[in-house]
Design a protein. Structure first.
Lengths: 229, 229
């Protein structure tokens, strides 16, 4: 499996283009609407056949490019079935799998940041969205967030993967780009040596402002980023 | 060889931490002074023995963290011998090699952006600094820049590497993170199908403002980022 990490500086979002190098079948995880031109060009230059536009969750901080990219490449948009998406082609749940050539993408349902979180696992790597970030994790104070559920998702599902599994997060705000399950087990300050109750207290003690664009982003993402007409 | 790409958003600089996973011997390529705390913490968390602080050239757009990191880790600072560096421990030239455990880092002298450019080649990848960037290349209008020399460095040295060699650039301004020699041969708009003379004309027709911080960055980098006292 080949992959490229892509960054949107406005929202500090990482998107991921992944593909099977034999068949050129590709998926784009967590696209950003403002980056559709860049990503379209890259997909064309690499000669990829875009099959899937995958979302790790219904984002509150940016609007997906999935709807626009679907028009250009005829790929399927896939999100978790808990979302109220009015536009997805495929609703995913725990245990589902998708294929790109001979490669399998496994769907892990990892609620906590929201109730629509998916981590996509593939050949030695896991795309963790906002469930697990580098030395961090997604906030749990809106969109049906639940700190206890987040702790369970991370410690029971993600931390049961091999330590060397590469962690590709949905965001980073410090210029870090990748981690591993082993690193996060050992060095994530919210999780290393912390009980479920301690994690809940850490998450509940954060006093974060609402994401600036949540009022437009969530409904926008439920329409796959396509404006109402 | 293991590696992590690191990003400094202020200067859009990529640094690279690379290490041999058996011996934990490590090098940091193109560190940024403002990121010394982040990078020190990461090196410590990963349990790495930092041996080298490598520069791809004397930068005009940011100040290196090499001098400060050398104090903390006792690593050697290495730059090209053409630089007027007053602080480097090792002066490199074409054909030199450095080792990290059983891994070899080959020094390619690739003048053109400046007269101090090095690309570091290692196991299927090349760290290209500002010599070759993603669909782009370094400007050639100061610091002994020379568009013809840049064309020769790229087309004769870098483009003779295997097409699948990963290109890790020194900067990107669009959120792209990596490329390959094959991709750049085929899609770099300044180079694909372009003659040496056409490249020179492209580079000379650019009307770029001077880097904002050049007056402090170049002398700062000649002192490895350590302030005069």
């Amino acid at each position: 499996m080949q992959s490229k990490q892509l960054f949107d500086p406005n929202s500090s979002t990482y998107s991921y283009l992944i593909w099977d190098e034999k068949t050129q079948e590709a998926a784009l995880i967590d696209s950003v609407r403002e980056q559709v031109e860049r990503d379209s060009k890259l997909i064309q230059e690499l000669g990829l056949n875009l099959h899937f536009l995958l979302e790790t969750h219904i984002h509150a901080d940016h609007v997906t490019g999935a709807g626009e990219l679907r028009k250009r490449f005829e790929a399927k948009v896939a999100v978790h079935r808990n979302s109220q998406s009015t536009c997805a082609d495929q609703l995913l749940e725990e245990g589902d799998s998708l294929t790109l050539g001979k490669q399998t993408i496994n769907v892990l349902y990892t609620p906590g940041h929201t109730d629509t979180d998916i981590c996509y696992r593939i050949e030695g790597a896991v795309f963790t969205g906002d469930t697990l970030m580098i030395r961090s994790s997604g906030r749990t104070d809106f969109q049906s967030g639940d700190a206890g559920a987040a702790y369970d998702s991370i410690t029971k599902k993600l931390f049961s993967l091999e330590d060397k599994t590469i962690v590709w997060p949905g965001h980073d705000y410090q210029g870090l780009t990748q981690s591993s399950i082993g690193e996060e087990k050992q060095h994530n300050p919210r999780l290393a040596g912390k009980s479920r109750q301690e994690y809940i207290e850490i998450m509940e003690s954060m006093d974060l402002p609402k994401p600036r664009h949540i009022a437009e982003s969530v409904p926008g993402n439920l329409r796959c980023g396509i404006d109402k007409s």
